[in-house]
Write a protein that binds this ligand. Structure first.
Ligand code: SAM
Length: 281
C-alpha cells in the first residue's frame, strides 16, 4: 500500500504551449507502507567531511525567493556573508530547469541534477536504493551515485542508456558528468535565437537595469526608440547583446531584478548582492 506523504511544487518556468504559461511541476511523494520521518530532515550531520556530505547538505538548503541563482551571484553573496537561505518548504523555486541548446548532453528532457540531489537527500539514506524507470541520460542514477545511494535505472532507448553508462563511467573516473560539454551549440530545442558568444563592454545586467530606470521614468516598458533616446548607453549595445526586446526589458517587468531587496529586517542589500529574476542569457 502507498501512503501519501508530500505534494511538492517545483516552480520552473517552461515555454507557453497553449494559453497558460506552464510555470510549475508537481512532485507527488508516496511512501511504500507506513511513511517514516523524512531522512533529510531528521538526519544529524556530525560535520561535513566529504564532498558527498557537502552535496547532501547543500541540496537541502533552500535559497530565499528573489535571490539570483547564477553561480557568480551565489559566490559573491557567499564571500560577502549574505544570508540568502531559508528553511526548505514544499515550494521549490531555487532550481532552474535545464536549459537545452547549451552544452548539455544530447537528451531532449533532462532533469536538473540539483532537483535529484534534493529529492534523494530528502527522501533516502545512504546505501538505500533509488529506482528511476525512465532514466534517460541518467540524471537520477548519477545523482544517486554521487550521494552514495545504490541505484537502478531503466531506459527503453539504447542510445540514452549508452549515454547514461558513459556518464557513470566518467563519474567513476572522478569527472563531473554534469559539466558542460565541448560541442557546437545548436538551436534544436529552443525557439529563442542564440547570440554568438562575445565579450561584453558593459554588463548585460547593467544595461537591463538602465532599461528598468527608463521604464520607471515612463511608467511603462520602453520601446526601442525610447531606450535609444533616454538610456545612458548606446542602443547598439542592446541590439548586439540581446536576443529579443523581451530580454532587454526583463529587469523592468514585475518580479524582474532589482538593485535593492528588502530583507525581513528591512535592511537593503547592495548591487553586488543583486536579486535577479530572469535567468535568460
Ligand atoms: C523525461 S525523459 C527522462 C530524462 C531523465 N530524467 C534525464 O534527466 O536524463 C523520459 C525517458 O523515458 C524513456 N522511456 C519512455 N518510455 C519508456 C518505457 N516504457 N520504458 C523505459 N523507458 C522509457 C524515454 O526514452 C526517455 O529517455
Amino acid at each position: 500500500m502507498l501512503e501519501f506523504q508530500n505534494w511538492i511544487v517545483w516552480d520552473a518556468l517552461g515555454f507557453p504551449v497553449r494559453l497558460i504559461m506552464p510555470a510549475h511541476y508537481t512532485i507527488l511523494c508516496f511512501a511504500k507502507g507506513q511513511s517514516r520521518p523524512l531522512p533529510g530532515l531528521v538526519r544529524v550531520h556530525k560535520e561535513v567531511v566529504s564532498e558527498r556530505d557537502a552535496l547532501e547538505a547543500e541540496a537541502l538548503e533552500a535559497l530565499a525567493p528573489g535571490f539570483c541563482l547564477r553561480s557568480s551571484c551565489l559566490k559573491s553573496r557567499r564571500s560577502a556573508g549574505v544570508q540568502d537561505k531559508e528553511p526548505l518548504t514544499d515550494l521549490w523555486n531555487d532550481i532552474h530547469r535545464v536549459k537545452h541548446n547549451s552544452r548539455r548532453v544530447d537528451h531532449p528532457c533532462l532533469l536538473p541534477p540539483q532537483l535529484m540531489h534534493r529529492l534523494i537527500s530528502l527522501f533516502t539514506e545512504r546505501n538505500e536504493v533509488v529506482l528511476d524507470c525512465f532514466n534517460g541520460a541518467g540524471t537520477t542514477t548519477l545523482s544517486a551515485a554521487q550521494l552514495g545511494r545504490k541505484f537502478i535505472g531503466i531506459e527503453v532507448s539504447e542510445r540514452y542508456h549508452t549515454l547514461a553508462q558513459l556518464r557513470h563511467a566518467e563519474l567513476s573516473l572522478g569527472m563531473d558528468p554534469f559539466r558542460k560539454q565541448e560541442r557546437a551549440l545548436s538551436a534544436k530545442n529552443s525557439r529563442v535565437p542564440r547570440m554568438p558568444k562575445q565579450d561584453y563592454v558593459i554588463l548585460k545586467k547593467t544595461l537591463q537595469l538602465e532599461v528598468k530606470r527608463v521604464a520607471e521614468l515612463l511608467g511603462r516598458l520602453p520601446t526601442r526608440e525610447e531606450v535609444r533616446r533616454l538610456a545612458r548607453y548606446p542602443i547598439e549595445y542592446y541590439n548586439s547583446y540581446f536576443a529579443s526586446w523581451g530580454e532587454v526589458c526583463a529587469a523592468a517587468r514585475n518580479g524582474g531584478m532589482s538593485e535593492t531587496r528588502k530583507t525581513s529586517t528591512d535592511q537593503s542589500i547592495s548591487e553586488t548582492q543583486l536579486a535577479f529574476g530572469d535567468l535568460g542569457g
